[in-house]
Design a protein around this ligand. Sequence first.
Ligand SMILES: C[C@@](CO)(OP(=O)(O)O)[C@H](O)COP(=O)(O)OP(=O)(O)OC[C@H]1O[C@@H](n2ccc(N)nc2=O)[C@H](O)[C@@H]1O
Ligand SMILES: Nc1ncnc2c1ncn2[C@@H]1O[C@H](COP(=O)(O)OP(=O)(O)O)[C@@H](O)[C@H]1O
Length: 285
Amino acid sequence: MGENQIIVNAYAKLNLSIDVLGKRSDGYHQVSMLMQSISLHDEVSIYPSNGLTVECNNAAVPSGPDNLAYKAAELLKRETNYEGGARIVINKNIPVAAGLAGGSSDAAAVMLALNNLWGLRLTIGRLGHLAGRLGSDIPFCLLGGTCLATERGERLTLLPPAPHFWLVLAKPDFGVPTAQVYDNFDPQKVQKRPNNRVAVKAIEAGDRELLLQGMENVLESSTFRLYPQVEEIKELMYRYGVEKAMMCGSGPTVFGIARGKSHASEIVRRLQERNGIFVQVAETI
Ligand SMILES: C[C@@](CO)(OP(=O)(O)O)[C@H](O)COP(=O)(O)OP(=O)(O)OC[C@H]1O[C@@H](n2ccc(N)nc2=O)[C@H](O)[C@@H]1O
Ligand SMILES: Nc1ncnc2c1ncn2[C@@H]1O[C@H](COP(=O)(O)OP(=O)(O)O)[C@@H](O)[C@H]1O
């Protein structure tokens, strides 16, 4: 390992709940979401270099300037007039366009690492502001843990850690663009809305049962209409006995809350019998 090489983990997120409160004049949606970091992560290695480069071992992810990690580095350079560079290498474990914020998390990890490597001394508040300009989920990825996210999702209130969950993640063999899900969102078609006030109280009180009652994701109504296979995965999770199943973000990944680690492994085994589904055990962190 080179002397100045930095390796950081970029953790995936899921949304314990998503409510959409309306459409804003800038085209984005006003949301109220409970966000949670999970153990699944990419490894981001950063090497000192004169130029700026980004490589990724997953062909579905753009290398170079279209990569969110590149955009994050470029934004830091522009804002601080920093003249140097970095070689960024992403080892992808988080499925792409999955609703797990893999790209956002890589970008956040790069911002934190380069702030150190380049000696920029930007405060977390300043980093958060810059992150929000790149993507609505990136400020949360900087902070991690359990948060309430409002506005576009970039305005955060840090909460105490949510009760621990063993999770099963399951994603069909296609990705879903976030913009398509928001465009297709119709509040009239929502069946169940979350109760975020109750869910926040439950997190503060460490009340697992109450939290499960408050959790819903209104974007399911949109994604399920576009991709019925996603709803089928959710139903399968319930058939296999999860306490709660819900779509991650805009999908198509579904998470199931298992009754323990071995229950999670058993569900993974059963889901693996179906072709073309990415399945993995994870836990909240
Ligand atoms: C749905 C969520 C839930 O956490 O996550 P993902 O499923 O993408 O992981 C987020 O709201 C996604 O955040 P993020 O993926 O950062 O979105 P952005 O890059 O800012 O925006 C992508 C597109 O989604 C739509 N968008 C996003 C956020 C928001 N509050 N309202 C929107 O309408 C806009 O059409 C925008 O052009
Ligand atoms: N570092 C990155 N990792 C993953 N995807 C990236 C990255 N940089 C840019 N992208 C692009 O962003 C899109 C959505 O990425 P991702 O963060 O995986 O999904 P989601 O928004 O569903 O959580 C991908 O289709 C990809 O083209």
